[in-house]
Design a binder for this molecule. Structure first.
Ligand SMILES: C[S@@+](CC[C@H](N)C(=O)[O-])C[C@H]1O[C@@H](n2cnc3c(N)ncnc32)[C@H](O)[C@@H]1O
Length: 528
């Protein structure tokens, strides 16, 4: 689903870190920019199909898109399975049911052992950017325009959905939610209000704007030029957001094919942060999509896969939910910046830029420690060094782990202390922002225990629950970090010799320096 599933199939959307950080496992989001410049093309019409489509949709709801179903509908799922069976889907050991987490999900019809291969959705029943278009002219125009994979697939979905029953994919499209959950369901104002304390806010706004801009580009360069093929009433921004919402929450990149795909039936599997199973093309046969159970299941239990090692923020953006249980893949971004009053500001900024970094710069932090890169960046910020080569070394260490930089040979213990204090101050400010939000009247009594359930009492309530669950998850990491930093600072200060930079240059310190610090076992902090 944007399943990360499948590399589980690698999920399609994620918070893109601005840096390649070794200890943060992130997945490619839009690996190619969403916006693109298309070339003009010629038009052939699909008039008959459009007339039929207009007739079929005439009586449908006029708000939102005309296709898809209620997110809890099981009837369409049953029809989908019947259709897939007639098209060659093997007998299933899984059944579509209403489930507590995720609305609908696949449940074991019998006990399943660990290591069992399931699904076997024939490859010809999956949708990829190479799939045949019901309206061939539309496909040709997009290919001619050089439209990238994501907007190509989004347009494909709209095109097929708008054909109604005459589309080959009708039974599948009928099972897709009419309002797919993802950040695209939120308005920019809602993001601004509810995610104000979290760095995810910027990602969310970027994501909404990217999709909107992509639509505008496509509209100007292709749709508007061929209105008979892409009728304005059908190819609306709303339809485009629906299609992107479907892609965000269901598209998977299958590791062995390296291909993005929608997998009917397979995309009814929900995510668990504890799961390690993922969709992939059958290696032995390569003609079906399968997954291998990573644990045994009793009959009647919901079967989960993993959409990837995704943080709560990433899950919220792509899939529109946050798991209620502790998510081992959570991280939060901390932002550091050079001090503009620093007389060495220009030299430090130049060193950062040489490494493709900037000021400010964000770094993801997980519950088990600080990335070396963040520490190196903090060292650069506080460094009084006068040797420009040291700036370059620190900036390089801020881009990647394991550069072998001996910070202790560059910074005194006092500078090291300053670097910790800087990180602690940033961390404390961030915690204060989260706490202010979480203690505000609007959300202080929100109960997030039901955050994974569908449907919710109201949309307003849903946004509040998601925002609270996200902020709690992110603040939890910062609490740990504060604890670690305060403890270490106490140790550093108690040992402080007041050594000057010159006095300590080149000496090794007994505590192993900054890079040794975060190898601690921090499980005792689980109480947070
Ligand atoms: C690939 S679909 C899975 C099938 C989906 N439940 C359905 O009924 O169509 C992904 C969507 O399922 C929901 N989902 C998946 N895992 C979930 C979970 N653990 N908790 C809550 N919702 C989940 C989210 O709405 C997500 O966008």
């Amino acid at each position: 689903m944007a399943m990360a599933i499948f590399a589980m199939a690698t999920p399609a959307l994620s918070l893109q870190p601005s840096l390649p950080l070794h200890n943060v496992m992130l997945h490619p989001c839009f690996s190619t920019p969403l916006r693109f410049k298309a070339h003009s093309g010629t038009g052939i019409f699909c008039v008959l199909q459009q007339q039929q489509q207009r007739k079929e949709h005439h009586d449908r709801k006029r708000t939102g898109v005309d296709w898809g179903c209620d997110p809890l509908s099981l009837e369409n799922g049953t029809l989908l399975k019947e259709w897939l069976s007639t098209e060659g889907l093997a007998k299933q050991k899984l059944e579509l049911e209403r489930v507590e987490s995720g609305g609908r999900g696949l449940v074991a019809k019998q006990s399943l052992r660990q290591g069992e291969r399931l699904l076997f959705v024939p490859s010809r029943l999956i949708i990829t950017a190479q799939s045949e278009w019901g309206c061939k002219e539309a496909g040709e125009l997009l290919k001619e325009a050089g439209v990238p994979e994501w907007p190509m697939l989004a347009t494909y979905l709209i095109s097929e959905a708008s054909l109604g029953r005459s589309s080959h994919w009708f039974p599948y499209i009928a099972t897709l939610p009419q309002s797919p959950t993802s950040i695209l369901q939120w308005t920019e104002a809602e993001v601004g209000t509810w995610l104000s304390a979290s760095p995810v806010r910027e990602r969310a706004l970027d994501c909404i704007r990217d999709v909107t801009e992509t639509y505008k580009d496509l509209q100007a360069t292709v749709f508007a030029k061929h209105p008979q093929v892409f009728p304005a009433k059908t190819y609306t921004l709303e339809a485009f957001k629906w299609a992107f919402g479907i892609l965000f929450s269901r598209l998977v990149r299958m590791p062995s094919l390296g291909q993005l795909a929608l997998v009917p039936w397979g995309d009814m599997l929900n995510h668990s942060p504890q799961a390690a199973a993922f969709l992939d093309s059958d290696q032995s046969n390569a003609k079906a999509v399968v997954f291998v159970t990573d644990k045994s299941y009793e009959s009647g239990e919901q079967v989960f896969i993993s959409y990837g090692k995704r943080s709560s923020g990433e899950l919220l953006l792509a899939y529109g939910f946050i798991p209620p249980e502790l998510n081992p893949h959570d991280f939060v971004e901390l932002e550091l910046a050079l001090n503009e009053e620093d007389p060495l500001y220009d030299a430090k900024l130049a060193a950062l830029r040489e490494q493709g970094l900037s000021s400010p710069q964000r770094f993801p932090v997980r519950k088990d420690g600080l990335p070396e890169q963040l520490i190196a960046y903090a060292c650069l910020v506080v460094s009084p060094a006068t040797i420009p080569a040291h700036f370059s070394q620190m900036a390089e260490a801020a881009t990647q782990a394991g550069t072998g930089l001996d910070i202790q040979s560059i910074l005194s213990r006092d500078d090291e202390t300053n670097a910790y204090e800087l990180i602690l101050a940033v961390c404390e400010n961030s915690v204060a922002d989260y706490s202010k939000f979480l203690e505000s009247n609007e959300v202080q009594h929100v109960d997030v225990n039901q955050v994974g359930s569908i449907p919710r009492t109201s949309r307003h309530q849903m946004l509040k629950e998601l925002a609270v669950a996200l902020c709690q998850a992110e603040r939890r990491i910062l609490y740990r970090l504060q604890h670690i930093l305060r403890t270490e600072l106490r140790t550093l200060r108690s040992k402080s010799t007041g050594d000057s930079f010159i006095g300590t240059y080149g000496k090794k310190r007994s505590n192993g320096g900054l890079f040794g610090l975060f190898k601690w076992n921090v499980d005792f902090l689980e109480k947070y």
